[in-house]
Design a protein around this ligand. Structure first.
Ligand SMILES: Nc1ncnc2c1ncn2[C@@H]1O[C@H](COP(=O)(O)OP(=O)(O)O)[C@@H](O)[C@H]1O
Ligand SMILES: [Mg+2]
Length: 372
């Protein structure tokens, strides 16, 4: 269990349970405001100010400058929207309506965008600022998945659009169905080994980003897309998407409660290691079917939740056996190698956490599990 909090005046770590630690904690809690999800900008701003470390906001400009500005690829978006298939905070995804006649009117468009591409594509609309949208498109293109076929502005000027490879659903919905049907991946050898195998695709995508010193900063099941076989539910392809928050290191604080690196209590920036924490929680949610001790309800103010959650990070001085037995009973017998991986991915302070290469080479990702 994590038990230290840093004194913002002396920068020294103090025991959370001591009188002094409690005082510091109260100070944190009164300074910070609550809220949920991505709309926590105020909270993040306050946290940053409180910790007194101002970030350089120019950090993303060189990424933006490398891509083509949106020019003439303006299309009528309204008549291309089929069924709505997903919605996040900024973007809404629809099946692309592929009426040949409609594409035909937009000559430049129909040349580079084949009918077969269209059939398996989704059109996402967003009214985000141009600059953010372009940065996101740039990073997604560099990561090569989901493949973007076309992007630009809608004719009515209200939205930016991107047309990209369509996935069956996001990992959140895939997991939700499993819970509904009482399918436990951990108890199904085939599904479990398939899951760890395809999850590696996400790890490689993240390694690509990290090698460029870019953190994704919003890793969670809603931002991982899957294609799967409808009968067996085995996953064919899994990719990381939504580069809306991705930033070069060091980054100011943004993300999603319960997935965000709780070490921001001590250091007001996010790093590449913050992605490893979110990835660890994503694995935990996916395979143990719930957030368990690591999640707090939406009703708990964000700042209090953070304090609750950091207590469950393993510290390097805590034995893995102790950490597992406190948090994962009765799941602790299920897959000790998996829990060993989580122990190293969720560690606080973050400098002790695995980096992406250590995650990729961990035994769990490189051996098949047996459920008997
Ligand atoms: N390529 C895709 N194929 C299928 N669904 C997608 C695709 N991209 C996004 N979605 C759906 O749209 C939702 C919102 O997209 P996302 O890029 O996460 O935007 P936001 O920034 O609003 O979170 C996703 O959670 C997912 O359900
Ligand atoms: Mg999203």
């Amino acid at each position: 269990m994590y038990s230290k909090i840093s004194n913002p005046i002396t920068n020294r770590n103090v025991n959370i349970y001591s009188k002094k630690g409690n005082l510091i904690l109260k100070k944190y809690l009164t300074k910070l405001s609550g809220g949920s999800s991505k709309s926590n900008d105020n909270f993040f701003d306050m946290l940053e100010k409180f910790q007194g470390e101002r970030m350089d906001d120019q950090r993303s400009s060189h990424i933006v400058s490398k891509i083509e500005p949106i020019k003439a690829s303006t299309i009528k978006c309204g008549n291309k929207l089929g069924k709505k298939i997903g919605e996040g905070t900024y973007k809404t995804a629809y099946v692309t309506k592929c009426v040949k006649k409609i594409w035909g009117y937009e000559g430049e468009f129909s040349k580079s965008f084949k009918e077969t591409d269209c059939k398996d594509s989704t059109i996402l609309l967003t009214n985000e600022k141009n600059e953010n949208f372009l940065r996101e498109v740039d990073l997604q293109q560099k990561s090569k998945s989901p493949v973007i076929f076309k992007y630009g502005k809608c004719k009515d000027k209200k939205y930016n659009y991107k047309i990209e490879e369509r996935f069956d659903e996001d990992l959140f919905d895939w997991l939700d169905f499993n819970i509904d049907k009482k399918i436990s991946i951990m108890d199904n050898e085939e599904l479990l080994n398939n899951f760890k195998h395809v999850f590696k695709q996400v790890l490689y995508q993240l390694r690509n980003l990290h090698e460029k010193n870019i953190s994704h900063l919003d890793i969670k099941p809603e931002n991982i897309m899957v294609k799967y076989y409808k009968d067996s539910r085995k996953i064919k392809k899994m990719v990381l998407t939504d580069y809306g928050f991705a930033s070069e290191f060091p980054s100011k604080i943004k993300g999603t409660p319960n997935y965000i690196d709780p070490d921001i209590i001590h250091k007001s920036i996010l790093t590449l290691k913050s992605d490893i924490y979110s990835l660890g929680i994503t694995l935990l949610v996916s395979l143990l079917n719930s957030l368990g001790s690591f999640g707090v309800s939406d009703k708990v103010p964000f700042n209090e939740g953070l304090y609750e959650i950091i207590k469950y990070c393993p510290e390097p001085s805590e034995s893995i056996e102790n950490w597992i037995s406190e948090l994962f009973y009765p799941n602790n017998r299920k897959d000790p190698i998996f829990l060993d991986l989580l122990y190293h991915m969720l560690m606080c302070p973050r400098k002790h956490r695995y980096d992406i290469n250590q995650v990729i080479s961990h035994e769990w990702f490189n051996t098949d599990s047996s459920t008997v």
